[in-house]
Design a protein. Sequence first.
Lengths: 115, 112
Amino acid sequence: DSGVTQTPKHLITATGQRVTLRCSPRSGDLSVYWYQQSLDQGLQFLIQYYNGEERAKGNILERFSAQQFPDLHSELNLSSLELGDSALYFCASSPRVTGALDTQYFGPGTRLTVL
Amino acid sequence: AQRVTQPEKLLSVFKGAPVELKCNYSYSGSPELFWYVQYSRQRLQLLLRHISRESIKGFTADLNKGETSFHLKKPFAQEEDSAMYYCALVFILTGGGNKLTFGTGTQLKVEL
């Protein structure tokens, strides 16, 4: 167990809807990362937050947004959902912002199915 | 742009046989590379990083800058090594953030 938790475990929703995925980092970790894993795209970095501030952005769609709260948990908001958004969404955490050599500790993921 | 390539989607070996999971990268700077592993129904976890030059669970990986490779090796495969293996490259972004760029992964299956 990495200490990173994600809720919910599974989420099934319809096209056009909006969902929120939640992540709690390991105790003491200030950086949170979001990744999307799909069959066609593999594991793709979406966004990084450090101590409440956005610090790095990857292949994140404009329909997606994220935030990190003062207690350091993070939420990923996905709106106007499309079938292609069906994927496994991982959250990871690490102690520092530019700790390139820091291990990223991954959560178990949230499986999103858009029908 | 940074890129990580894992050419094999599936690698099947017999128990006790040597294992080599291939990883090639494309990066203009000095690469920092990792191998992550995902066992069945478990979360992704770090296996090893090149900077540590360590051996974890019998696995090693050597960075070859000339061939831009970071292949993962183990001399004798064990049944418990069956898992999905991802090679990843860390990239420092403007503003101080960083991200991992993952390869598409190789499923290792160790057969008896």
